[in-house]
Design a protein around this ligand. Structure first.
Ligand code: MN
Ligand code: MN
Length: 464
């Protein structure tokens, strides 16, 4: 019997042959990260993967059509996706849900983004989610999103990902002229209004009559020629500037993955793969919820604070074989969930923000959090001892290497997840996901072994 809880690198605790699986799994994950940079792209990726594995639209199933092993999905406004597989038990016994968010911090274009100043054409942005603004300057950015043209035609735009495509960037002062800037507090030195992206600077020849807007007009002309867009269309658009280019391995031993949007698409990917790889119908209905808007407080019609889950469950119940009359709330109250989200890993360079005893280490396995939140556990979903015990036993029985603790010192800060919004329905919920370095930066870092253990843990959660 082990009396004390040891700390040991997961790399040293892998079973025979598992190291190869860790690296193989990371290949697929890295490709996914390179390809998927927005919530809409994440939904499309998951739909394609699920389609290949025989998942069908929930709407196509007749009443009673969900049987053990039936695979289905419900896509909501192109930004939310619920994937499910019927369990051995009927849904009246409850379900198991893994919820991950697929939105990430980024720079959205303002409704009227385009302007010209100093002979440069620029785009105004409004950042989305919590960012350290200076991290988004002087790096290559790509533009992803959709625009609604007049009359309802929707066009999709991705500019700046291909090697030979132009990209965008946000400029910063040279150190030579930054004396005043360097003396300010970081938050005052770099403000939201400073995040303006370069769009071009060739003046149009025919625009002579509007001499202060010759660059802007020639850029509008380009947008119109290439995409059919006029300035008013940008009001009915979701255009996001995100870090350009592919994700990559980091470290001489290739043990890390560096890439944009790992909060929280690492959990979206691992949860999706866990569901798709279930070898047989799980004991209970297994659901993966990929949800939007977590980074701005889970608000809006595509966020976890909406009643989408309730609606989806009504659609599911209608198609499940229910043995007795049941209402949706009762099913929800019998269900269990993991709020699959990342947390902050210990960064030795900034060690004073952590409680070393409770810090989370990259490479020590997937994190199982009893609670997140801020000082005083405010805004936290504080999971019960019973539920933590149940999860702990599953992870141990299935060889999942995991760790637990807190993100940082009590006074250092904190953060939330969708856990509390799932708990609102009466689900038992705990937070579970890999720890990251440089969270919310353009280049977030994960450990390949933690990513693999998230996948393994999520699969065990469904299978147990
Ligand atoms: Mn997150
Ligand atoms: Mn986040």
């Amino acid at each position: 019997m082990e009396l004390s809880l040891a700390r040991k690198s997961a790399w040293e605790r892998l079973s025979a042959g598992e190291r190869e699986q860790v690296f193989a799994f990371a290949e697929g994950y890295r490709r996914f990260l390179s390809e998927v940079k927005t919530e809409r792209e994440a939904v499309r990726f998951a739909l394609e993967r699920a389609g290949q594995r025989g998942y069908v639209p929930l709407e196509q199933l007749p009443p009673g059509g969900i049987k053990p092993g039936t695979k289905f999905y419900l896509c909501w406004r192109d930004k939310v996706l619920l994937l499910g597989i019927g369990g051995e038990q009927g849904v009246q016994e409850g379900f198991r849900l893994i919820g991950a968010h697929i939105d990430s911090p980024r720079l959205d274009l303002k409704p009227r983004p385009l302007y010209e100043k100093g002979g440069l054409g620029l785009l105004k942005t409004h950042y989305y989610g919590g960012i350290k603004k200076y991290q988004w300057m002087t790096i290559p950015l790509a533009l992803h999103g959709v625009v609604m043209l007049r009359g309802g035609r929707k066009i999709e735009i991705v500019i700046g990902e291909g090697e030979n495509e132009p990209g965008f960037t946000i400029t910063d002062l040279p150190p030579h002229l930054a004396r005043e800037q360097m003396e300010k507090k970081v938050n005052e030195a770099f403000t939201g209004e400073d995040l303006n992206a370069l769009l071009g600077h060739i003046p149009g020849a025919e625009e002579k009559e509007d001499k202060d807007n010759r660059v802007k007009l020639s850029l509008l002309k380009l947008l119109n020629e290439r995409y059919g867009v006029v300035e008013e269309d940008l009001i009915a658009a979701e255009l996001q500037l995100v870090p350009a280019g592919p994700a990559r391995d980091i470290g001489l031993d290739s043990s890390f993955i560096g890439g944009y949007g790992q909060d929280d698409r690492v959990c979206a990917y691992t949860a999706l793969e866990a569901l798709l790889d279930l070898p047989f119908p799980p004991p209970q209905m297994s659901l993966v919820l990929l949800i939007d808007k977590e980074e701005i407080g889970s608000t809006g019609d595509t966020g976890a604070f909406s009643r989408f889950l309730e609606y989806a469950l009504a659609e599911i119940a209608h198609r499940a074989q229910l043995g007795e009359f049941l209402n949706i709330s009762r099913i929800l109250s019998r269900s269990k969930a993991l709020s699959a989200d990342v947390t902050g890993g210990f960064d030795p360079t900034f060690e004073n923000v952590y409680d070393r005893q409770n810090a989370l280490f990259l490479g020590h396995g997937v994190v199982l959090h009893k609670y997140s939140g801020r000082g005083g556990k405010y805004e936290a979903n504080d999971a019960s001892a019973e539920y933590m015990g149940w999860l702990r036993d599953i992870f141990n029985n299935y060889g999942v290497i995991w760790q637990s603790g807190e993100m940082g010192r009590i006074e250092a800060g904190g953060g939330g997840t969708i856990a509390k919004f799932l708990a609102f329905y009466g689900l038992e919920v705990a937070d579970c996901g890999p720890a990251l370095l440089s969270m919310h930066s353009p280049l977030e870092i994960s450990s390949k072994v933690d990513v693999y253990m998230a996948y393994k843990g999520y699969k065990a959660f469904f299978q147990a």
